[in-house]
Design a protein around this ligand. Structure first.
Ligand code: PMP
Ligand code: GLN
Length: 386
C-alpha cells in the first residue's frame, strides 16, 4: 500500500459491521437503515432494468436525474442550476467529494474541514497530495458549536478549499445561520472554494432547518453543492449522488469523475430521479420514524449515565463516555459487543489526532424500532457496571 493511504487502514464501518455480525450484536455502528427501501424506488429501478436500460449512460448522468436534481434545488432552496451544464451525477456523494478534491486542488494546497470529520475526507485529501486542516467543533452547553474566529484562524495562504458537512456526521449538528454566515464570510474574503456535503439535507429534526451554504450571498459561484439519494430515500447501497456548481467549477469535478467511475448505474439514476420528484411523500414518514428512534435511544443512553450531545439532524448521536469509564472510545466500542451485544463507533477515527475524540462514541438510530428497543434493553444491563 502506498504511504499516502497507509495511515487510514480499514474503515471503521467495515470493521464494526463485521464485529456486529460475528457477535450477533445490534448494529448501531454503520449508518444504514434495516428496511428494504421505498417501494417506488425499487419498482422504478426494476422496471428500468427490465426495459433494458443497462448500458453506459451519458457521462454527466441520465437526463431525468439531471433535471430532477435541478428542480429539487430550485424548489427546496431557490438555487438555479442548469441541468445541461451545472449538474453532475456521481457514484454516491463519496465520489463527488473525492472528485471535487482531486479535480480542484493542487498538491500542497490546504483543505479546511470541520472536525470531527467523515472518514473519507482525510483519505481523499491525502490521495490528492493536499494538506488536511481540521477546524474543531466544540461542545458547549449541550450543543456543538463552531467557535467564532476558529475557521479564520485556520486559514493560510495555501488554503484552497473548505469541505463543509451540514447536517453533520458524526455529531448530528446542523450549522446555525450565524455559523453559516461566518463560513461564507471567510470563503469570500480568502477566495476559498466551498465543497458542501449535504447528504443529510432532509434529515433535520424539530425546529432546526438545513440551509445550503450556496444560498448565502456571493456563495453560489464558489460552491460545489453535493448530495445523494442514499440517506434521503433509505437506499444507502445504491450510491447515486450528485454535484451542482457553476460550469467552470464543475469542470474540475467532472474531469476527475470521468476517470474514477466514468458513469453511475443507469437504472438507479432513473429511480433516484423518481424519488427526488416524490421527496415530499417519502421524507416525512422517514423523519417521524428517525425522530422517535432518536428520542428512545437518547433516553436509554441517558438512563445508563450517557447523556447525549446534540442530535439536531442526521442518523447519529454522540455520547461522552468519560462519565462512566476510563477506557478510550476505540477500546470501549470493541468491548461493547462482547459485553452487551451492541455495536457503536468510536469518534476518535473522525479526528486527525485520535486523542481528541478519546471519550466520544457515535450511535446510529436509523434502524428498526425493534433494534433500537433491543439495544436500549441490552445497554440497560450495563447500568452501574461499566
Ligand atoms: N458524507 C457523509 C457525511 C456521510 O455520512 C456519508 C455516508 N453516507 C457520505 C458522505 C457518503 O454518501 P454516499 O453513500 O452517497 O457516497
Ligand atoms: N456514512 C455511513 C456512516 O457514517 C457509512 C458509510 C460507509 O460505510 N462508508 O455510518
Amino acid at each position: 500500500m502506498c504511504s499516502r493511504l497507509a495511515p487510514f487502514g480499514t474503515t471503521i464501518f467495515a470493521e464494526m459491521s463485521a464485529l456486529a455480525l460475528a457477535t450477533g450484536s445490534v448494529n448501531l455502528g454503520q449508518g444504514f437503515p434495516e428496511g428494504p427501501g421505498p417501494e417506488l424506488l425499487r419498482r422504478v429501478a426494476v422496471q428500468a432494468i427490465e426495459e433494458g436500460d443497462n448500458q453506459y449512460p451519458p457521462g454527466a448522468g441520465v437526463k431525468q436525474l439531471l433535471e430532477a436534481v435541478s428542480a429539487h434545488q430550485a424548489a427546496e432552496y431557490g438555487l438555479g442550476y442548469d441541468p445541461a451544464t451545472e449538474v453532475l451525477v456521481t457514484a454516491g456523494a463519496t465520489e463527488a467529494i473525492a472528485a471535487a478534491v482531486l479535480g480542484l486542488c493542487e498538491p500542497g494546497d490546504d483543505v479546511l474541514m470541520l472536525e470531527p470529520s467523515y472518514d473519507s475526507y482525510g483519505a481523499v485529501v491525502a490521495m490528492a497530495g493536499a494538506n488536511r486542516v481540521p477546524v474543531r467543533l466544540e461542545h458547549q452547553g449541550g450543543r456543538w458549536v463552531l467557535t467564532p474566529g476558529a475557521l479564520e484562524r485556520a486559514v493560510t495562504d495555501r488554503s484552497r478549499l473548505l469541505l463543509l458537512n451540514t447536517p453533520h456526521n458524526p455529531t448530528g449538528k446542523v450549522l446555525s445561520d450565524r455559523e453559516l454566515a461566518e463560513v461564507a464570510d471567510v470563503c469570500r474574503r480568502h477566495d476559498l472554494i466551498a465543497v458542501t456535503d449535504e447528504v443529510y439535507e432532509h434529515l433535520v429534526f424539530n425546529g432546526h432547518r438545513h440551509r445550503p451554504l450556496a444560498t448565502l450571498e456571493g456563495m453560489r459561484e464558489r460552491t460545489v453543492c453535493i448530495s445523494s439519494a442514499g440517506k434521503s430515500f433509505s437506499v444507502t447501497g445504491w450510491k447515486v449522488g450528485w454535484a451542482c456548481a457553476p460550469s467552470d467549477l464543475l469542470g474540475g469535478v467532472r474531469a476527475a469523475k470521468q476517470f474514477l467511475t466514468y458513469v453511475t448505474p443507469a437504472p438507479m439514476q432513473r429511480a433516484a430521479a423518481a424519488a427526488l420528484m416524490a421527496t415530499h411523500e417519502l421524507v416525512p414518514p422517514l423523519l417521524a420514524e428517525l425522530e422517535a428512534n432518536r428520542d428512545l435511544l437518547a433516553e436509554g443512553l441517558a438512563g445508563v449515565g450517557l447523556p447525549v450531545r446534540g442530535a439536531e439532524g442526521t442518523y447519529f448521536l454522540t455520547v461522552d463516555i468519560s462519565a462512566v469509564t476510563d477506557l478510550d472510545a476505540g477500546t470501549f466500542c470493541r468491548q461493547l459487543p462482547h459485553r452487551c451485544g451492541v455495536v457503536a463507533v468510536p469518534c476518535s477515527v473522525f479526528y486527525q489526532d485520535p486523542e481528541a475524540g478519546r471519550h466520544l462514541v457515535r450511535f446510529a438510530f436509523c434502524k428498526s424500532r425493534a433494534s433500537i428497543e433491543q439495544a436500549v434493553e441490552r445497554l440497560g444491563r450495563l447500568e452501574g457496571g461499566w
